[in-house]
Design a protein around this ligand. Structure first.
Ligand code: FES
Length: 605
């Protein structure tokens, strides 16, 4: 496998993101792969001069065309053209305020992992003797003796294919065995071919797929699509209700998902000019409801307490059984879940955190927040129903992160400043903008500890009387894309209080369960695409996270997808996922006697 070097991206506010990238790639390629816009417009040709970044670390020397675009002062301060600057070793890239850098949703995070040198999956070439007239030994026996270190499990169809090769009197025969699991041959054939696989992360909002070369571990192409099940329910609970209330509900949602995935597979094979029968292995992660829907297994158990599914262990099927467009002998592995609503996506995130990190807090903030606490090698998991507020739902001017969404709020000389995705007029606030806004208003003294608007807010902002109480006018209608004012209501603040208390109470209870204090916490990993947009100071100011040093907080991006890729390539990672299932203790928060008290306390800012 290619040598990896560490890429650290530093945002203007100091937030750091760490990735592992292939040594020898340009920073432009590395930024694209990890999901950051580069600002360039010539496709990395070095002719537009717009991909300037400030760089520290082990990089190539300045190329002649960089001299054309960079003034001496910029060169002195470490500026480079990302598309001309090659990472020879560990490198840090600092992003400017002015640059319109935004997290690209389809970005694939290559967070640090313990990557073994070679994939366990691949082709094993071997030789068998031809069929002797005097001592005819069955071909399967000859194959087994040629591969003493492997178990051989091949299909009936495969036996029949081999019959054609095994004519009496033929000398030695050269064969190839397909290895999809460590030390196990799953198919034997005459011709060598490259094997590819797909890593799938099934989110309730979007689906992610990566096509991976199973022999050298290279991610050939990625695809991200909206989960089309959304038309039957915005969140997983409404999809479960749809299945309960409609006779063919489960079948409908299962089919939609399989079609969605097959569509992504089509797109990936087209992008890479491969064929779907070259795909031999698929790993799948997602929350428990999504995994049930993927298999077409009843989700009724999630409709009522105690909210348990039909399975939580690792599951294996053939692609054919599930109707996936891969090679008919290809296998589909669903990673194990950790319990309750903590699914295989969380297991997968844990695979990206090296086993040597014994103490950590992992948080995936979404409609359903998943939290895992590791301390001295022991692990506890919990899930918290945060609701849609952090994704812009249930907030008057909330929206998903996209064109026109305010994703960042800060102050300059005590005046609110907004950064808008796409740099046009604002249309609403996405989750990171809402969290920033509340944090800024708390700092300005405009929101009281109990969430009420203060007298100071009434002095600074125009205040309207709305249906549900007071509303602060943040941006006048003349300055928004919809021509309506952008407002924050007292009810919006309440929704944020409820959402943040759900997550923070889960963290507090799980820490109490493990009997550790915030001083003893190791790194705090924020997973999920949403986590990448959040600023740690804001999260701590509103009380969403425990107060720890900001450099302990690390965004690990789409770690679930990265874990699925690791499980695709390395049998050890699959084994690790099984042992995580055994060792992580699931904590049912509703059963904790202090739950109500802690939840009420955490409603305050
Ligand atoms: Fe145009 Fe780098 S992308 S110069």
């Amino acid at each position: 496998m290619d040598e990896q070097v560490r890429l650290t991206i530093v945002e203007p506010d100091g937030t750091k993101h760490a990735y592992w990238i292939v040594k020898g790639k340009t920073l432009w390629e590395a930024l694209q792969t990890t999901g950051w816009e580069t600002g360039g417009s010539c496709g990395g040709q070095g002719t537009c001069g717009k991909c300037k970044v400030r760089v520290r670390g082990d990089v190539s020397s300045i190329a002649p065309n960089e001299q054309e675009f960079l003034i001496p002062d910029e060169l002195k301060n470490g500026y480079r053209l990302a598309c001309q600057c090659i990472a020879n070793g560990d490198v840090e890239v600092c992003l400017d305020h002015e640059k319109p850098f935004h997290w690209a949703k389809k970005g694939l995070c290559l967070y640090e992992t313990q990557i073994p040198n070679q994939s366990d999956v691949g082709i094993r070439q071997f030789y068998i003797s031809g069929l002797q007239k005097e001592f005819p030994i069955p071909i399967f026996d000859r194959i087994k003796s040629a591969l003493p270190d492997f178990s051989v499990e091949i299909s009936v169809e495969n036996f029949n294919d081999l019959t054609q090769l095994d004519r009496p009197g033929r000398p030695t025969i050269e064969l190839c065995g397909i290895v999809l699991e460590k030390k196990k041959i799953s198919y034997v054939m005459k011709k060598k071919q490259t094997l590819y696989g797909i890593a799938l992360d099934l989110g309730s909002t979007s689906l992610f797929a990566a096509l991976v070369d199973l022999e050298n571990g290279e991610v050939m192409a990625v695809s991200s699509h909206t989960n089309m099940q959304r038309i039957y329910g915005e969140d997983i609970i409404s999809r479960v209700s749809y299945c309960v209330e409609h006779e063919n509900g489960l079948e409908t949602l299962h089919r939609i998902l399989i079609n969605n995935v097959n569509h992504m597979i089509d797109e990936l094979v087209e992008k890479t000019a491969l064929q779907s029968n070259m795909l031999f292995k698929v790993t799948v992660v997602g929350n428990p409801v999504m995994l049930h829907l993927f298999l077409g297994v009843a989700t009724t158990g999630f409709a009522l307490a105690p909210y348990a599914g039909m399975f939580s262990d690792e599951m294996t099927y053939s692609g054919e059984q599930l109707g996936l467009q891969i090679n008919p002998i290809g296998r589909v592995w669903i990673l194990p879940q950790l319990g309750g609503f903590v699914g295989a996506d969380t297991t997968s995130c844990l695979l990206t955190i090296g086993k040597e990190i014994k103490s950590f807090l992992l948080i995936d903030i979404g409609t359903n927040g998943e939290i895992v606490l590791g301390h001295n090698g022991a692990m506890w998991a919990a899930s918290a129903a945060a609701g849609p507020a952090f994704e812009g739902g249930a907030i008057t001017c909330g929206m998903r992160a996209g064109e026109g969404a305010i994703d960042r709020v800060y102050t300059e000389e005590d005046r609110l400043q907004f950064s808008v995705i796409g740099n046009g007029l604002p249309r609403g606030l996405c989750g990171s903008g809402i969290i920033d806004l509340i944090a800024v208003l708390l700092r300005m003294g405009c929101i009281e500890e109990n969430g009420a608007f203060s007298q100071r807010a009434r002095e600074i902002f125009q205040v309207e009387q709305g249906l549900w109480g007071e509303e602060l006018v943040l941006i006048k209608g003349t300055m928004t894309a919809s021509a309506s004012p952008l407002i924050l209501t007292q009810e919006d603040v309440r929704q944020i209080q409820l959402a943040k208390s759900a997550i923070k109470s889960a963290i507090d209870l799980i820490m109490a369960h493990a009997n550790i204090s915030k001083e003893e916490l190791g790194p705090v990993y924020l997973a999920g695409a949403f986590g990448n947009y959040l600023r740690s100071e804001s999260m701590m100011r509103i009380g969403l996270l425990p107060e720890v040093e900001t450099d302990k907080i690390i965004n690990i991006g789409n770690a679930a997808a990265q874990g699925a890729i690791l499980a695709l390539l390395f049998d050890d990672k699959m084994k690790e996922s099984r042992s995580l299932k055994e060792n992580v203790r699931y904590v049912e928060l509703a059963e904790q006697k202090d739950f109500q008290d802690i939840f009420l306390k955490n409603l305050n800012f």
